[in-house]
Ligand binder design. Structure first.
Ligand code: KE4
Length: 423
């Protein structure tokens, strides 16, 4: 008798490509079917078959307060009672914009959109419109959403599924995307020497979260800042994952480097579809209707998502980030130790409330070294941990996310599960 998840997945594959609405959720690279979730609260999720899961995906980052935070829920419901979307300005979008600027002063002006992809796609169009240049430079393995030019050597689901090249992206568009290895400033300088006058922007995940977790090497981000300034290109920090997580003020606050533009998503919607891009006033003034670079969105700034974002960021501003980082670090180190005691080669990368266990002995500093990981080993680890009630990212090219809802007891439960794993 198939489980409810198995029956749902069979149905889903008949209507949804691969049975999912986002590829990495299909669990293809970890050798099992996805489980369907009925509800979530705090650090926990419950499947349609009643299995309780301790969650370390947290919707891929948005749920830093934990699932179904009561105050976020109440704020969204209260907004919903006045209408879901007006297609006209509402106070909450101004308030959320001002709160983002207070937390991230480098974002002098912001524009709300409905996903991280919309944010990064729009920021790159703005950089091209502002500089009148066509080329962009991204880093091998970084993932900035699924806009055409970003699917060159992308991470996340593209890396997970080993999708070759960029089917559907015409060469003339793909050829506008220059590449460099993460943490390789010399390679970036070489690209600038060869193409500097044509490079509109450098876009980077200032903490890389889509090849597994990779922290920037000392001086790397500052080096990018200097090169962009030198060659007149814009520096874009894609903080869709790191924003409000690497620190309250994001990676730009953690590492003390201010980009020209920042893109946000995930956390700022508190689980609702919200993205945002912003930066220097003089640059943002080029966005329609104040300037000629066009970008628009039916549900941009809708009152419900804005209310959820306001409550989320308002709470985060009072949270103990140092405490969460310390708990996450201790937990991840003990988890790595348990696996090493089982004879496994483990490289642990951990920053703030993010970590990745790489099944390799090679230090992971870029996409090439991330690819030395043993994906089969990770798949076995994933399947066993889920069997024992712990939900990890269904890919070794993603991160584990803790939250302010994860208790010491939760972390102990995950360690106990890991002790039972056989690899
Ligand atoms: P969305 O369009 O999925 O809201 O955001 C795209 C995006 C942009 N920038 C960064 C740094 C991102 O990590 C993402 C999306 N992250 C993936 C997980 N690594 C989303 C999960 C999924 O694709 O299902």
């Amino acid at each position: 008798m198939p489980s409810k998840s198995e029956a749902l997945f069979a149905r889903a594959q008949n209507i949804l490509p691969g049975g999912v609405n986002s590829p990495v959720r299909a669990c293809k690279s970890v050798g099992c079917e996805p489980v369907f979730i009925e509800r979530a609260r705090g650090s926990r999720m419950w499947t349609v078959d009643g299995q309780e899961l301790l969650d370390f995906v947290m919707s891929w980052g948005p749920m830093l307060l934990g699932h179904a935070d009561p105050a976020v829920e109440a704020a969204a419901v209260a907004a919903l009672k006045h209408g879901a979307s007006f297609g006209a300005p509402c106070p909450a979008e101004v308030e959320l914009g001002e709160l983002i600027r207070t937390i991230m002063p480098g974002m002098e002006m912001v524009r709300m959109v409905s996903s991280g992809t919309e944010a990064t796609m729009s920021a790159v169009r703005l950089a091209r419109g502002y500089t009148n240049r066509a080329k962009i430079l991204k880093f091998d393995g970084c993932y900035h959403g699924h806009s055409d030019g970003f699917l060159v050597a992308a991470g996340s689901g593209v890396a997970t599924l080993s999708i070759p090249g960029t089917p559907g992206v015409p060469d003339p568009i793909a050829n506008l995307t220059l590449l460099a290895p993460y943490n390789d400033l010399a390679a970036v300088e070489a690209q600038f020497k060869a193409h500097g006058a044509d490079i509109a922007c450098v876009i980077i995940e200032p903490v890389a979260g889509n090849v597994g977790l990779i922290e920037p090497a000392a001086g790397f981000l500052a080096g990018l800042r200097a090169l962009c300034t030198q060659y007149g290109a814009l520096l874009i920090f894609d903080e869709v994952i790191s924003g409000f997580r690497a620190a309250l003020g994001g990676a730009q606050a953690r590492y003390g480097v201010t980009p020209d533009l920042t893109t946000l998503g995930k956390i700022i919607g508190g689980g609702f579809p919200v993205g945002c891009y912003g930066g220097k006033r003089e640059i943002m003034a080029h966005i329609a209707p104040s300037g000629p670079v066009y970008q628009a969105g039916t549900l941009s700034g809708n009152p419900v998502a804005m209310a959820a974002g306001l409550e989320t960021l308002g709470q985060l501003a009072k949270c103990d980030y140092a405490g969460l980082e310390a708990r996450t670090k201790a937990f991840a180190e003990e988890l790595a130790g348990i696996l090493r005691a089982k004879g496994q080669d483990i490289v642990l990368n951990q920053t703030a409330s993010l970590f990745t266990l790489f099944f390799t002995k090679t230090p992971v500093t870029d996409y090439a070294t991330s690819k030395t990981q043993d994906s089969a080993k990770y798949g076995s680890f994933y399947r066993q941990m889920r069997e024992f009630g712990v939900n990890l990212a269904p890919s070794g090219y993603e991160c584990a996310f803790t939250s302010f809802a994860h208790t010491e007891a939760d972390l102990e439960l995950a360690l106990a599960a890991a002790r039972k794993v056989q690899l």
